[in-house]
Design a binder for this molecule. Structure first.
Ligand code: LRH
Ligand code: MN
Length: 430
């Protein structure tokens, strides 16, 4: 297997940190064992946790106002794979990449697959793109794609999605994610029901092309690029479309696609109950679809979402196998550092949620003891599980302190030399 960072750089760093880690791990282990919790069992759960990285998140993001590129930016999907290899090598929990087409299209997919295989990386959900017009495109998506009033535009969008499935097969993916920006900017511009009917017909046509062992995930979003109405605007439209389209069509929850203060953990509970939770795009936000680092603004909300997920796991909820993925835009940080940090912050929410004493919680819920029920959750959230996450990385030969090891590796500085700024396209958002 190839390593993006020399393994001895990682082990040299770990050697300096291992004894402190062992001591911290022992102390936490003793505390948890008093609560009947086996720290090694939790560490195994942390080692098994994995979250996919968006290929488009490895380049510096921007806004409609500006993008300030960093140095050593990846210029194509091959270099994005190398950056993803760094993220997984140091975090130990990000072994899959989610590509976006046509941004990541290549002439030879077997060459790309061999490249990712050489780093021990796999490919998760493939994302289609009918929210931008490509140079050689016959029909424009200005007024929509899967819901456009013109059958020719809808057929073009459907054909693109079936093409993306073919590319995904070459990479060993088994899921198609469909997000469309279709909607309107003016009251009266679009007939809501007819637009939704067109969406359902198009989604069914794509579903008909889906291999039998694949899932199709629909992603809702409140607004942007449409600013009055969006066809798949919320979880309600999403679950209706998923139910209408087919059993293997499920809903994907991008945390930033909801109005501020929406109770996302309850939406997750509903989707789980009706076996329609396909997966997540984890990020964080304060205002709109800010695509900020996961857990950086609302860590308790992210924990409460995992509380619902662990509860379903605990209850062995039928049809429960959500896909975890990050979907972020890194405008002012090194994307590799933010993605490492975010993967670990999502893993942290999962391990904290595993600490919830569910039997005790259910008792308080039964007795309507609101404060003790809330404290049962808060008690788990307040445990610093950092030694467990670091031990999980150490036991997987990842980095005890990933960011310090990354900076010591000089990977970005070396990339700046190896990837002279050609000013070419960066294939990604802005
Ligand atoms: C839409 C979205 C979607 C992707 C895009 C890059 O805002 O979250 O998941 O296709 O970002
Ligand atoms: Mn998303």
């Amino acid at each position: 297997m190839k390593y993006a960072i020399q393994p001895d750089v990682v082990s040299a760093h770990n050697d300096k940190l291992a004894s402190d880690l062992n001591r911290d791990f022992e102390v936490l282990g003793e505390q948890l064992s008093r609560k009947g919790v086996d720290i090694n069992a939790l560490t195994e759960k942390a080692q098994a946790f994995d979250i996919a990285v968006p290929s488009w998140g490895t380049g510096t993001g921007g806004t409609r106002f500006a993008r300030f590129p960093g140095v050593g930016e990846p210029r194509n999907i091959f270099e994005k794979v190398e950056d993803c290899a760094v993220i997984h090598q140091l975090s130990g929990c990000a072994s899959a990449i989610s590509p976006h087409f046509p941004w990541d299209v290549v002439d030879d997919f077997s060459e790309l697959k061999a490249h990712s295989d050489s780093y021990g990386l796999s490919w998760s959900s493939v994302n289609s793109n009918t929210f931008q017009d490509q140079p050689d495109q016959a029909q424009s998506y200005k007024y929509g794609s899967l819901t456009h009033t013109s059958a020719a535009v809808r057929e073009q969008a459907i054909a693109h999605n079936t093409q993306v499935i073919e590319w995904g097969k070459k990479l060993g993916s088994d899921t198609l994610t469909v997000w469309v920006g279709d909607g309107s900017n003016h009251p009266g511009q679009q007939h809501f029901q007819r637009a939704f009917e067109r969406y359902l017909d198009s989604a069914k046509a794509i579903y008909a092309a889906l291999p039998g062992d694949w899932e199709m995930h629909l992603e809702h979003k409140m607004f942007e690029p449409a600013f009055y109405s969006t066809v798949i605007q919320d979880w309600g439209s999403n679950i209706l479309a998923a139910m209408e389209t087919g059993e293997r069509c499920k809903s994907l929850v991008d945390l930033g696609h909801h109005a501020p203060n929406v109770n996302i953990e309850m939406i997750v509970s509903r989707l789980i109950q009706f076996k329609k939770l396909g997966g997540f795009h984890f990020n964080d936000s304060k205002y709109g679809d800010d695509d900020l680092d996961s857990g950086s603004i609302h860590p308790y909300q992210q924990f409460l979402i995992f509380n619902e997920l662990v509860d379903a796991e605990h209850r062995k909820q039928p049809g429960f196998s959500p896909a975890y993925m990050l979907d972020q835009s890194h405008n002012v940080t090194d994307p590799i550092e933010s993605l490492i940090n975010s993967a670990i912050e999502v893993q942290r929410s999962y391990i904290k949620a595993l600490l919830v004493d569910r039997t005790t919680l259910e008792g308080y819920q039964q007795d309507n003891d609101a404060l003790m029920a809330s404290n049962t959750l808060k008690g788990a959230f307040n445990v610093d599980v950092s030694p467990i996450l670091a031990m999980a990385r150490f036991r997987k030969n990842a980095a005890i302190n990933p960011l310090a090891t990354y900076r010591a590796s000089q990977y970005r500085e070396q990339a700046a030399v190896a990837r002279p700024d050609t000013g070419g396209s960066r294939s990604g958002i802005v």
